[in-house]
Design a protein around this ligand. Structure first.
Ligand SMILES: CC(C)(COP(=O)(O)OP(=O)(O)OC[C@H]1O[C@@H](n2cnc3c(N)ncnc32)[C@H](O)[C@@H]1OP(=O)(O)O)[C@@H](O)C(=O)NCCC(=O)NCCS
Length: 190
């Protein structure tokens, strides 16, 4: 499937696009919020130098690159301002599958933006990239994340006890997934 010049995905209120240098301050701000970082792989505060390097590396990667995580900037269509991000990982040993993640700046919670972004990302992966299965995991205390995954129609497939060592403790993960043939074929409105 050709998609060499990936630029952006749109949904009703959002654009999922590549990061730009002007997104840096907003990205560092929400990653530096301890509540946002609580169930994530990074520590708060998140150093601007690390963020700059991370965004620089993403500039040359395609979202569907086996063995890589790709981070999509999530922005409001009306302003193009960054409100969060979502991510896709395509495993090197089976690029027919993908895993996703997502984060929103706290001031943008409660409007359904994460749900809309994840729905658009799933459509991209399952229909436009033809993935067979897309999965996601979250800490079982991360109820807002689990709610997003259930709202978009992913199936809870497992409750993995003490399966991840994170921030000095063993944590329980919820596992969610959706298969290609289960995904609605109706495209999101542009
Ligand atoms: C996970 C996270 C993105 C969820 O954010 P969120 O604001 O709860 O999710 P949404 O943007 O989909 O918004 C859903 C809320 O908006 C409401 N809403 C308003 N308009 C809506 C619409 N058009 N569609 C759907 N929901 C809507 C919903 O009722 C829901 O409200 P509730 O929380 O009172 O039930 C956020 O908590 C976060 O960034 N957490 C830190 C990072 C993280 O842990 N990520 C997950 C790692 S696996």
């Amino acid at each position: 499937m050709m998609d060499a010049a990936f630029a952006a995905l749109t949904s009703e209120r959002l654009v999922l696009r590549r990061f730009r240098p002007e997104d840096l301050d907003a990205f560092v701000a929400y990653r530096s919020d301890p509540e946002i970082a609580r169930y994530q792989s990074w520590e708060a505060p998140y150093p601007p130098g690390q963020a700059r390097q991370f965004l620089r590396e993403l500039a040359t990667i395609h979202p569907d690159t086996p063995g890589e995580w790709f981070q999509f900037a999530v922005a409001l269509r009306t302003t193009d301002r960054l409100i969060g991000d979502c991510a896709a990982h395509v495993p090197a040993d089976d690029p027919r599958q993908a895993e996703i993640g997502f984060t929103l700046a706290p001031e943008h919670h409660g409007h359904g933006y994460a749900t809309e972004a994840v729905r658009r990302l799933l459509h991209y992966l399952l229909i436009e990239r033809g993935k067979h299965r897309v999965s996601a995991t979250c800490d079982d205390r991360n109820t807002r994340s689990a709610a997003v995954l259930e709202r978009v129609g992913m199936r809870r497939e497992g409750h993995l006890l003490q399966s991840t060592w994170s921030k000095d403790e063993w944590t329980n993960d919820l596992l969610y997934a959706v298969l290609h043939h289960e995904w609605p074929r109706v495209p999101d409105p542009p």
